[in-house]
Design a binder for this molecule. Structure first.
Ligand SMILES: [Zn+2]
Length: 561
């Protein structure tokens, strides 16, 4: 008789997405072997100037590369795939498993990054089963607002995990089948040890709108619009794009597609049959929009979040080569605002209104993403699955807490509901769940242009300081012979005070600099120049603050001649 192998604990390690919206990445670790679920990024907050994206910290995976079995990607949204080009190089060649549309989006994006290794992406679909190490994964179709969204039923040596991915229950989806409840119940019959469910909509009452209802809402806007329609959304909201195309065709509008990511995503989704056009010739180049009456034009573009370089922003800022806003235009901002972007979107809306266009935003009508299950659906999911343990995933902390409350209301014992955050390690056996004392690193890794992780706290602090109070450069030339300042120090300043109107302030500053240097250099002994520079920085800093209540960044330059 062989002795049964000693069972180990399963460790669930969220590196991103728990306590924030975006940057989803989760590890399942059993007996040292690791499966990765999703590799997303998130957009920076308003207090992170110049940062493009934030990606997960994968230092936990260092020296464990050999143990990584593969990466499962649930769907093609950037908060689930966006970090792949930055991270995959580091973890080495591992197989990726995902749906065909997601594969298309990932591969297309890889082309924007130089020096990428060839990815091994295996296509899976509803019903596919794979075995990687100790994990047996069965993929199943979920409704969301992008086709090809897959939930995961994972058999592990200690029990079954069900990961919903981003989802909603949709009785009337677009280009997709309604939720397959029978299949979900079958999983439940096989016993769910832990349910990990999408919390993005956990603070919203009731049921999410079906894609059909959203279509009806946007249709009302199309009916009313007299001039051009400019519809801005995420390039990855494939369903929303399909709705806008369908309505444009119905109302005999030609469609101009603006924004690189929008054009490529439409192309990929069209080639794979996820976006359909009724007629040929529905899409025209933007430069030809003037050839048609305004009432026959739809412009489909990126930029509903007020992203700086996106098409709508360029249109609103009058930087677009062909499109200027005008009275009669109807602008639809069709995506809910990501936390942290509220102010930017507000400014964008005001700018559009000033130029005479009408604006429809999701608060006015339900034209927003609506891709996430709300309270009713979340409770239903928990009741169907009847899991032993529950872990809310994907969302700000308040959303996770709210989702935890829903689980308790649905009958789960308080001790079996775990609200965890990034970096915490959830340790699981057949009968017990707890959070380990020691956390793994889960810091923000900031991507700035093509540089990864080279923008740290200090760079960010400098940028904030420069943005708030500007900079102040002092150039002092010092005579080596006499140890005294030669002539008058030069002052260069940007974003602090307008120099021409601050003559007195500058005069006093120069005088102070001369005094500081002469005093520091003093008796002609060996001079400690970094001390002199520090003195200038501190004393002039205090002086300028006392005069202006501002703290510009002071850069002293001392030259010896
Ligand atoms: Zn999503």
């Amino acid at each position: 008789m062989t002795k049964p192998k000693k069972q180990q604990n399963l460790r669930i390690i969220p590196l991103g997405g728990l306590g924030e919206v975006g940057r989803n990445m989760m590890l399942l670790e059993y007996g040292r072997e690791i499966l990765i679920i999703d590799m997303g990024f998130r957009l920076p907050e308003e207090d992170m100037p110049g940062v493009d994206y934030i990606i997960p910290d994968i230092s936990y995976l260092k020296e464990k590369e050999e143990k990584i079995l593969g990466v499962v990607i649930t769907h093609g949204h950037y908060d689930h795939i966006g970090a792949i080009p930055y991270l995959i190089k580091k973890i080495g060649p591992v197989p990726i498993f995902t749906a065909s549309l997601t594969k298309g989006i990932i591969l297309k994006r890889q082309k924007d990054f130089p020096d990428q290794p060839r990815l091994e992406i295996n296509k899976v679909k509803d019903g596919s089963k794979i075995k990687v190490g100790p994990f047996k994964i069965e993929f199943f179709r979920m409704n969301h607002n992008i086709p090809g969204t897959l939930g995961l039923f994972i058999e592990t040596p200690i029990g079954n995990i069900l990961d919903t991915s981003d989802f909603k229950f949709d009785p009337a989806p677009i280009n997709d089948l309604p939720t397959n409840f029978k299949k979900l119940r079958n999983f439940s019959r096989r016993k769910i040890l832990i349910l990990m469910s999408d919390s993005t909509g956990a603070e919203e009452e009731g049921h999410s709108l079906s894609e059909k209802e959203i279509l009806e809402n946007i249709k009302e806007i199309f009916k009313e619009a007299e001039g051009r329609i400019i519809a801005a959304t995420f390039a990855s909201l494939i369903n929303r794009i399909q709705q806008i195309i369908r309505l444009s065709e119905k109302f005999e509008r030609k469609i101009a597609i603006e924004g690189y990511s929008m054009q490529t995503n439409v192309e990929i989704a069209k080639n794979l049959g996820y976006i359909k056009f009724k007629k040929k010739g529905a899409v025209i180049r933007t430069r030809y929009i003037e050839n048609y009456p305004d009432s026959k034009i739809t412009i489909l573009c990126t930029g509903a979040q007020g992203e700086g370089s996106a098409a709508l922003m360029r249109i609103a800022n009058r930087e677009h080569p062909f499109i200027r806003l005008k009275k009669g235009d109807t602008v639809i901002l069709s995506s809910s605002v990501i936390p942290g972007n509220e102010r930017t979107v507000q400014i964008l809306k005001d700018d559009i209104l000033r130029q005479g266009a009408k604006v429809f935003h999701y608060r006015m009508m339900d034209i927003h993403a609506g891709g996430h299950a709300q309270k009713e659906e979340l409770e239903k999911m928990i009741k169907i699955m009847e899991p032993k343990f529950f872990l809310p995933i994907h969302g700000q902390y308040s959303m996770l807490v709210s989702h935890g409350e829903i689980a308790k209301k649905a009958g789960l014992a308080e001790k079996n509901v775990i609200v965890a955050e990034n970096g915490q390690v959830i340790n699981l056996t057949q009968n017990k769940i707890f959070i380990e004392k020691k956390e793994v690193p889960s810091d923000y890794v900031m991507v700035d242009g093509l540089g990864i992780g080279d923008v740290g706290e200090i760079v960010l602090r400098d940028r904030k300081m420069l943005a708030r109070d500007g900079m102040f450069v002092i150039v002092a030339v010092i005579d080596r012979q006499t140890g005294k300042v030669k002539g008058s120090p030069d002052i260069i300043s940007r974003g602090f005070v307008y120099l021409r109107e601050s003559k007195t302030l500058l005069k006093e500053t120069r005088k102070k600099v001369i005094n500081i240097v002469n005093k520091a250099v003093g008796s002609g002994k060996a001079v400690n120049w970094s001390y002199v520079k520090n003195e200038i920085r501190n004393k002039i800093g205090q002086f300028l603050y006392s005069k202006t209540q501002r703290r510009p960044m002071i850069l002293p330059v001392v030259i010896e001649v």
